[in-house]
Design a protein around this ligand. Structure first.
Ligand code: NDP
Length: 293
């Protein structure tokens, strides 16, 4: 079994990005600038946003964190997004989800300029992804593709089973794994909570991607000998031995599943770090105007 080391690969990618950013600076070109909007005080969201801002600092990107109170109206938030859209110094914008219930995530995503949509959630960028046109890929699927590529994992003709059909992970991942390129060319099955015989379908997977949000749900009864297992889940479970009172676990029961796998991602240290790497690469692409000149 080989551990897909998101920590090592994401640090390689950060080093590449830092080098290109230093070159851009030396050539007098624009240094990538990421803005992040955080609404309210959700604990995990605070952690995600601060690690994104920290990564920007490490690789030499500029970053701006815009914080708003939980009570901000939808109209006021959309106006703030519009301001960022019109600010030429900012290349990429992310709005951390979840948002308070009175704010429509769809309206927020549609208000972000497609040219600055480095999370790849705008319908125009989603459409381009489906049509396999060059665009910002959603950060988590993009991170997973980079991981598969750097470990040179064969995907062509493989049966890829994805558990979870969210707009940010499962659904785009299914489209990307079915594309006629590498990584891709897999035969994809997208499963969800209404799927019948989930265990049986998962046991057919050469590549199994779990994006469910249920700690340890994927056990050895769902995994074929030799499968590649990608665990997207990030779940907090209580742990009194930790200072924070919790620890992070994935959707896969790692200890029991790992012995069956050819490759597996750990949690933490797997897909989470690759997601940030994907976001950073998208931000560089936004600054380079790769997709929206
Ligand atoms: P969502 O809650 O949006 O989607 C969960 C999906 O899992 C749904 O499609 C749901 O089905 C399906 N599901 C739930 N229970 C079952 C079940 N018993 N059997 C089969 N399918 C089931 O989650 P996200 O995609 O946003 O996130 C999933 C996990 O990934 C979370 O732990 C999240 O924290 C993590 N995550 C990690 C990221 C990273 O960077 N590593 C980035 C984003 C998320 P249905 O549609 O029928 O309800």
């Amino acid at each position: 079994m080989v551990l897909l080391d998101g920590k090592a690969i994401s640090s390689q990618i950060r080093a590449e990005l830092a080098e290109e950013t230093a070159q851009r600076r030396a050539q007098g070109l624009k240094v990538p600038h990421l803005a992040a909007i955080l609404v309210g005080n959700d604990g995990p969201s605070e952690t995600y946003v601060s690690s994104k801002v920290k990564t920007c600092q490490e690789i030499g990107f500029e970053s701006t964190l815009l914080r708003f109170d939980h009570s901000i109206s939808e109209a006021a938030l959309l106006a703030e997004i519009q301001k960022v859209n019109e600010n030429p110094s900012i290349d990429g914008l992310i709005v951390q989800v979840p948002l308070p219930a009175h704010i429509s995530v769809d309206k927020v995503m549609e208000t972000i300029s497609p040219a600055k949509d480095v999370d790849g959630f705008h319908p125009i960028n989603v459409g381009k992804t489906v049509k396999n046109l060059p665009t910002f890929l959603p950060a988590t699927p993009y991170g997973i593709l980079m991981l598969l590529k750097r470990y040179e994992i064969e995907t062509q003709g493989k049966h890829c089973v994805i558990i979870g059909r969210s707009q940010i992970v499962g659904t785009p991942m299914s489209i990307l794994m079915a594309r006629n390129e590498y990584p891709g060319n897999s035969t994809v099955t997208l499963t969800h909570s209404k799927t019948r015989d989930l265990d049986g379908i998962c046991r057919q997977a050469d590549i199994l991607i779990a994006a469910i949000g249920r700690p340890g749900m994927v056990g050895p009864e769902m995994v074929k000998q030799g499968a590649v297992v990608i665990d997207v889940g990030i779940n907090r479970i209580e742990d009194s031995s930790k200072k924070s009172g919790f620890r992070l676990v994935g959707d896969v029961d790692f200890d029991r599943v790992a012995p069956l796998c050819s490759y597996i991602t750990p949690v933490p240290g797997g897909v989470g770090l690759m997601t940030i790497a994907g976001l950073m690469r998208n931000t560089l692409k936004a600054a380079r105007k790769d997709f929206y000149p």
